[in-house]
Every structure is written in C-alpha cells, then in structure tokens.
Design a protein around this ligand. Structure first.
Ligand SMILES: Nc1ncnc2c1ncn2[C@@H]1O[C@H](COP(=O)(O)OP(=O)(O)O)[C@@H](O)[C@H]1O
Ligand SMILES: [Mg+2]
Length: 362
C-alpha cells in the first residue's frame, strides 16, 4: 500500500528546510503502529505538520510484526533503534510511538517491542506505562473497582465481578446466567455465557486446559443497549449501541449506533478513567443498560487501541494527530500543555448504523 510506510519520497529533508546559515533541525520522528483495515494513512495525516520551533514531523507507519527493536538508554547517539521491514536504510529512532493496535492478544504478544520503546526513552500515545498496564485486563478491572470503592456505586457503578486466579479456586457467588471472561482478550474473545452451575463445572474443566489463565465471572445483564463513552484528549463522544444481529456481544455482531449527548455523569466516568495509570490520552468506557433495574453499569475501559466509529473516524483521527503533536511539544520542547486529562468538549449529533458498533473490537 503506497504511503503506508514512510518512504524517502514522503519524508521531508531536514537539511532542505533549514534556511541559509541556519543549523538544520532534526525532524521529530513518530512511529505509528496501526495496521488494521480501518487504520488511516498516518503519513498523509501529518503532512505539513510542524512543532512550535518549526521542525517538521516524519511519520513511519507499520505493524507490530514488521519491526525489530533494541535500546541502549545511555548511548551517546542512538538510544532506540527500530528496524522496519519495509523501510530500507538505517534504523529509525522514534521520539514518540502512537500505538493503535493491541500489544497482547490471545495469538500474539508484542510486549517486548513495547519494552524496547520504553527502555529507549520514546514517548507514547497513550503513555507506554499505561499501555503496559492495559496488557492485563485484570489490572484494568482492579483499577475500576478501586474507583468504585472510592466514588461509590452512585457515581461510578461497575458490574460486580468475581476473579479467579486459576481454575482451582472457582467459587462463583453471584447470579446465573453469568458471563465468564478468560484472561486478557479483546473483541469478544474468550467470553461466554454460563447458564447454571452445571455449565460452570464444565467451563472450569475447560479453563484447566488453558495453561494457567485467570478468569472473571459476573452476572449476565439483559439490557436494551450498550454505551460507549469515548474520550480523545478533550473530545468526548457518547455512543449507544443496539444489537441488530441478536448477538449478546454487541461488539461482535452488527449493531445500530446512535450518538447521545454527553451528560455530566458520562463525562465523569470518562474523566475518572482518564486519570488511570498516570493519565490516558485515548480511552473508551463501555457500559451496559440493565432492563431489570433501568440502571447503567460500567463493564470495562479500553485504552489506546480503542476502535473509532466509521462515521466519526476522520475527525477523531485528527484529534489523535493533535494529541501526538501536543505530546511531542512536551517531550521534545518541554512545553507544558496540560495534556488532555480534563476537558469540556462534547460532540453529540447524528445517528447511523454501523457494523460491529462504535469502533470495532473491544
Ligand atoms: N455481564 C455482561 N452482561 C451482558 N453482556 C455482557 C456482559 N459482559 C460483556 N457483555 C457483552 O459482551 C461484549 C464484550 O465484553 P467486554 O467485557 O466489553 O470485553 P471485550 O474486551 O471482548 O470487548 C460487551 O460489549 C457486551 O455487549
Ligand atoms: Mg468491550
């Protein structure tokens, strides 16, 4: 795909840009890990962008499996070296890595690359530390329950869950039917409905085959809709998803998606989640409506790899680009920008139907 990787032709030369008698400024280098079908052309999106000191921004876009990386934190010249399969020439040293794909899935584990970026001193969107924490679903859930304990059910209601460190200690105390979720998986993977304690005994025997995975179990909530509150820097959106394919997982089948107004309650959910792990630039809070009580409960929070709704993706990708520029200003020029942790802008509006819901996957 032309333009997917930062080719010599697309990248501007720093020397050519420096005026006569001026020292050439090294361009800021961004590595965008974004290789799914919905990924935009990040090279094109950053075309013409400059930092406040005038330096240009070179973008390389790639996939996890198309790079190797090493780091030497105390090296005088190159602390981080990333070799990209599709880019000939020397290794690149990204100043910032934009991570839009999952690092750790049931089939692939790219955490070692994340550690290389971290060791080599690259900044991240989201922060590399937060992405590391998001590699384990139990760590994120634990933080949601901490928030629930601090803020109470009225402010930050989380679906009650039981956590089992292994198949050996599975005493489920909540109601049936329930939903079991194995380890760290996204896009509906590793989740199933358990109708009664007989099914649970069967499930336990299957979990024993997973080579030590943990699991959670929680009441199955029958609702009319799901909610997704998305926060990208200061920009918020609220999506209501109604399954049209009848799948109980609204993020796998097709669903009707409607934009709702940002209420103070939803904003609070996103803002509280936005403070997790030192701050999240990009996040989505998934919640579910309970027909029995009329209440809405938070199911999970997704981070930097949150998918975007197709109708709003163009605008939201620009918000992500602006966040990257802001983070570069901070890390390279020491500009304090306050960084997207508090915000005011809510964008409500039109409705539309979308396959797979608002964003896809998580
Ligand atoms: N307790 C539950 N009750 C009813 N539906 C649920 C429950 N937990 C998850 N789901 C459905 O399954 C989907 C996927 O679950 P989720 O916890 O968000 O994991 P994933 O990381 O796979 O997106 C949710 O979007 C929701 O539609
Ligand atoms: Mg989800």
């Amino acid at each position: 795909m032309l333009g997917l990787f930062g080719t010599g032709g697309r990248r501007r030369s720093a020397n050519a840009e420096a005026g006569a008698g001026q020292l050439p400024q090294r361009p800021a280098i961004v590595l965008a890990v974004a290789a799914d079908k919905q990924a935009p052309d990040w090279v094109a999106l950053f075309e013409g962008c400059r930092l406040s000191d005038g330096r240009s921004v070179n973008v390389y876009q790639t996939a996890w499996h198309k790079m190797v990386a090493s780091a030497e934190p105390k090296a005088a010249r190159q602390q981080l070296a990333v070799h990209l399969q599709d880019v000939h020439g020397p290794a690149v040293q990204p100043d910032l890595v934009l991570v839009r794909n999952e690092v750790y899935t049931p089939n692939e584990d790219f955490r070692n690359l994340l550690y290389a970026f971290w060791m080599g001193g690259a900044a991240g969107v989201n922060s590399l530390h937060s992405i590391y924490c998001f590699c384990e679903k139990a760590v994120v859930q634990a933080e949601l329950f901490r928030l629930n304990r601090e803020l109470g059910d009225a402010v930050f209601p989380v679906v009650p869950q039981c956590y089992f460190a292994s198949y050996k200690e599975m005493m489920y105390t909540q109601t049936y039917p329930c939903v079991v979720k194995i380890g760290s998986a996204h896009a509906g993977m590793g989740k199933m409905i358990i109708r009664d304690h007989h099914d649970m005994v069967d499930f336990r025997s299957v979990l024993a085959m997973t080579n030590g995975k943990y699991c959670t179990a929680e009441p199955f909530i029958e609702g009319q809709y799901d909610l997704r509150i998305q926060k990208i820097g200061h920009h918020y959106r609220v999506f209501k998803r109604i399954s049209v394919s009848g799948d109980w997982k609204t993020n796998t089948g097709s669903s009707h998606v409607e934009l709702l107004d940002l209420t103070p309650r939803y904003k609070r959910w996103a803002d509280e989640a936005g403070r997790l792990f030192g701050g999240l630039d990009i996040l989505t809070v998934d919640a579910i409506h309970d027909s029995a009580t009329g209440e809405e409960y938070i199911l999970e929070v997704n981070g930097t790899s949150s998918g975007l709704a197709p109708d709003q993706a163009t605008e939201d990708n620009m918000h992500i680009r602006d966040l990257v520029l802001q983070r570069l200003e901070e890390s390279l020029l020491g500009v304090k920008t306050g960084g997207g942790q508090e915000g005011e802008t809510g964008e409500g509006g039109s409705s539309g139907a979308g396959g797979g819901g608002a964003g896809s996957g998580e």
